[in-house]
Design a binder for this molecule. Structure first.
Ligand SMILES: [Zn+2]
Length: 218
């Protein structure tokens, strides 16, 4: 086989599987099908260790441990591991689920303040950033909550400044397609939020921005 034949041979063009949990995956079934090849992979289900007592391994990833213990705080996790003789590996990343809880506690009152409020009248906006990007390369998470209905919508974006377009578009659509007028947005006074206000002003959306200091305790 010459080198150009080799390059054109579909067997040499089999793509690699790219998956963060699967290293060195090779196709172990290759079948000719006319001019091309079919590739396959035999998959074996691994037992899922949800049950602490059934877990025989003594080293557990910190993030997994955090989730296994029902999203406890890091100190509780460390102490429990120590008592159980479990070695924790890796650095604990900012947990998405815990971040959601934190945002809700920070910006959203526990009880409805005004039950006569119309949908869309007051919305809470927050953006939270993760250390690690998700599969699509997005590391910032935008959450918009309507106080009257508790309706929530969120977006994952690459840059914090992406929220300007995403949120202003959503609010103009609410007005244009659903006749819902957002009157107030409550958010912290970061640079991206100020820029969002400018954009909403430019679009003539008639929204009043109410700023809270960042990291305001609940
Ligand atoms: Zn968590």
């Amino acid at each position: 086989m010459t080198s150009s034949e080799k390059a054109n041979n579909p067997i040499n063009q089999i793509p690699k599987i790219v998956h963060k949990k699967m290293n060195d995956v090779k196709f172990d079934r290759i079948m000719r099908a006319g001019d091309s090849v079919l590739t396959g992979l035999r998959m074996i289900r691994r037992p899922h260790y949800n049950n602490l007592a059934a877990d025989q391994r003594r080293t557990i990833n910190r993030d997994k441990w955090h989730a296994m213990l029902g999203h406890c705080n890091e100190n509780v996790g460390n102490t429990t591991a120590k008592v159980m003789g479990i070695v924790l590996s890796g650095e604990q990343q900012k947990c998405k689920h815990c971040a959601i809880e934190k945002i809700r506690k920070k910006n959203i009152p526990k009880y409805a303040e005004n039950s006569n409020e119309k949908p869309g009248e007051l919305m809470y906006l927050d953006i939270s950033s993760m250390k690690q990007a998700n599969g699509g390369g997005n590391r910032h998470w935008i959450l918009l909550v309507d106080r009257a209905t508790d309706f929530k919508i969120s977006w994952f974006v690459k840059k914090k400044s992406d929220q300007i377009e995403v949120v202003s578009k959503f609010i103009s659509n609410l007005k244009a397609s659903n006749n819902i007028q957002v009157k107030y947005i409550r958010l912290d006074n970061s640079g991206e939020n100020k820029a969002l206000e400018q954009e909403c002003l430019r679009l003539g959306l008639g929204i009043k921005f109410e700023y809270t200091a960042p990291g305001t305790p609940q």
